[in-house]
Design a protein around this ligand. Sequence first.
Ligand code: TXA
Ligand code: MG
Length: 324
Amino acid sequence: MKKTKLLNSSKQEDINKAIAILTKGGIVALPTETVYGLAADAKNENAVKKIFEAKGRPVDHPLIVHISSYSEIEKWANDIPISAKMLAKKFWPGPLTLLLKKSKNISSIITGGLENIALRVPNQPIFLNILEKMDTGLAAPSANIHKRVSPTQSSHVFASLYGRIDAILDGGDCKVGIESTIVDLTSKTPRILRYGPITKQDIEKVLGYNILAPKKHSKKVSGNMKVHYQPYTKLKILDINEIKTFIEKNDDKKIAVMQYSKQKLNHKNLARIKMPSNKSGYAKILYNTLHKIDEMKVDLILVELPPKDWSDVLDRLLKASAKN
Ligand code: TXA
Ligand code: MG
């Protein structure tokens, strides 16, 4: 068991401590605009290995490398298509990850043995500041135990990784709350690998042509595993009428309902959790809500089926509800 240092990003001295730990090959949880990431110097193989150990992540699940700006891209990737530049210009820094051919000198430990590398410039001033000072890339998956709900506050990281990592840098709540969109630019027609805050339509608008949707449960992308983002409490997705029928029949159970519509629900053991009715508001608090409900020790979480075009939210909820 490690002694995990708790650092506060409002103190420059603590940011410097985080940099010192990372420079020496340690692993530190850092805030990004999407979720907290568990960072290591991407040029230090031993440091990167520690990420897989701490998360209990299989070594063939590749990591995203975070860089400070588009101008760094050639240090990490080869054969960069024009689409990369167009998308980066519009969306970086921000929640879009580009999959490109990796440079020969980049360790395949980061890419899980694959020939492609995932890159993004995060839109988080503290993270960017650290990247600029370190003059390297930071490999960082979400800072949670493999397959579990991602962290959007430092307390979530603390609850799952305390004792397994060197430090946690608190930077408040993540503004976006859901992981970046991943788009594969390595074949002729780009393909979304993971839905995220930047939609397929947003990308198509910039490129001027249609791109491909994710393949189902592609093994290459751990975000595409059937089971992922799982709370400890069982979760079911139902439409609001099914929820009404379900709770009438199960009034002996303690149930939490995540509802964005306004209908009244009658049930004596019900914790009704009001969710925002707009997608970005919903995404922002989704993981925090799941973490909170886990603490409430209810028997079941019922989630009101979100609108069809909330692809990223729907994707995370479907995986959270999938059976092992
Ligand atoms: O918003 C985010 O993307 C957050 C923050 C911390 O930046 N990171 C994140 O990382 O969600 P992670 O590891 O939890 O999810 C990254 C996804 C995984 O599903 C992984 O398989 C995929 O990116 N990925 C990374 N490198 C890849 C590669 N070379 N080929 C295919 N998929 C890759
Ligand atoms: Mg993750």
